[in-house]
Write a protein that binds this ligand. Structure first.
Ligand code: SF4
Length: 376
């Protein structure tokens, strides 16, 4: 049955909700099992953990993720919308341009000792983690050692374009990721047609995963070991309509994946320089609220999708559905202005370890520095 227009809030201020469940159309709201609030209210003691580093006592949100930002080499793809090419006005050296020094892993191990006891999740992102197999294997070894030393870890998630998993050392990486106890892989593929996906992701020459058969074989191999969620960024030149979305789901269902995440290109706000990436994101944006309207107005899609829950994170919201009792489908949108407002609050919502040896409370090296391997 068609669902009337969704009135999801698109807000800039972190203090206001990113999504207001009360404004969802009744037909959808009635089918939602729960509204989960992932961003902890400031006065809910149970959602904050103290963390003492040097003379400073921090309060850390629960849950919180730790990202050892991957930047051992340039990415195997060159997506025009890549958020790693956005430049925040207040940022110094972009994280993507930093390369790890020889003592990188020693510094990481020392940083993790400071976090010992803080419940967190490993979030392996940045540039492409699997492009440098030696770097990734070493990283997994350091993180595993921290766990053996008592680090409480809730989830272990890898964000990947699949390049290294489809390459010569893919099997070795898969084995190591399985041993690491990976919770899931979020695998980027922005169109089910390989040629159209290549136009969007622009894998470099010789990167095998750009090929359709190689991609399918790789996804099935990964999915046999660990749950795989495909990630598709909605965009005008890619998956843009309800019909596109339905075709994407049909293709995904044949790959053995657990589900699909459809994301809106992030709302980046006024604090980023207007470079080519920012312009492309603005030009290519397909809004998630309009997409949900179209999806639930499509009789076949609406009948196949069972909405399960609506979640508000600290800078994103998402709607989780079940598709034909086979796949988990996530519709998600994020707001970077809300993210920066949280990161600037003086509390910690995110932990990132950069190649320059800084542990920071956000995505820009040199800002919100919690600890530095070179100077404590
Ligand atoms: S695969 Fe990810 S890191 Fe690489 S260019 Fe694309 S968006 Fe950026």
């Amino acid at each position: 049955m068609p669902v009337p227009l969704l009135a999801l809030n698109r807000v800039a201020a972190a203090a206001r909700p990113l999504v207001d469940a009360a404004q969802l159309p009744p037909a959808l709201r009635a089918r939602l099992a729960e509204l989960a609030l992932r961003a902890p209210p400031g006065d809910d003691e149970s959602r904050w953990r103290p963390l003492q580093i040097g003379a400073r006592r921090w309060l850390c949100a629960q849950p919180i993720t730790f990202t050892p930002y991957a930047s051992a080499q340039p990415c195997s793809a060159r997506c025009g919308f890549c958020s790693e090419n956005l430049r925040h006005a207040a940022a110094a050296a972009p994280a993507a341009t930093l390369r790890p020094a020889a003592d990188y892993f020693d510094g990481l191990a020392r940083a993790l000792e400071l976090l010992r006891g803080l419940p967190l999740s490993w979030s392996l992102s940045g540039l492409e983690n699997t492009d440098d197999a030696d770097w990734l294997l070493r990283l997994l070894a350091v993180l595993s050692a921290a766990e053996r030393a008592g680090q409480p870890v809730e989830q272990r998630v890898l964000y990947s374009n699949g390049a290294g998993l489809a390459a010569a050392r893919g099997e070795e990486l898969l084995q190591a990721l399985g041993d690491f106890g990976l919770s899931r892989v979020e695998l980027s593929r922005h169109h089910f047609d390989a040629a159209r996906n290549q136009a969007l992701m622009r894998f470099r020459d010789g990167v095998a995963v750009r090929d359709e058969a190689v991609f399918a074989r790789t996804v099935r191999a990964v999915a046999a070991r660990v749950p795989v969620m495909l990630v598709c960024l909605l965009q005008r030149d890619g998956i843009a309509t309800a019909a596109d979305l339905g075709a994407y789901l049909d293709a995904a269902a044949n790959l053995g994946v657990t589900g699909v995440i459809f994301r809106e290109l992030a709302q980046i706000g006024p604090d980023y320089r207007v470079n080519a990436t920012a312009r492309l994101i603005a030009q290519q944006r397909v809004r998630m609220d309009a997409t949900l309207d179209a999806v639930f107005a499509d009789a076949a899609l609406a009948a196949a999708l069972q909405p399960l829950r609506l979640t508000e994170g600290y800078y994103f919201w998402n709607l989780v559905c079940r598709w034909r009792d086979r796949l988990d489908i996530v519709f998600e949108a994020a707001d970077y202005t809300a993210m920066h407002a949280r990161h600037d609050s003086g509390r910690l919502y995110k932990l990132v370890w950069f190649a320059n040896g800084e542990l920071c409370g956000g995505w820009e090296p040199g800002r919100r520095v919690i600890w530095s391997a070179s100077g404590g």
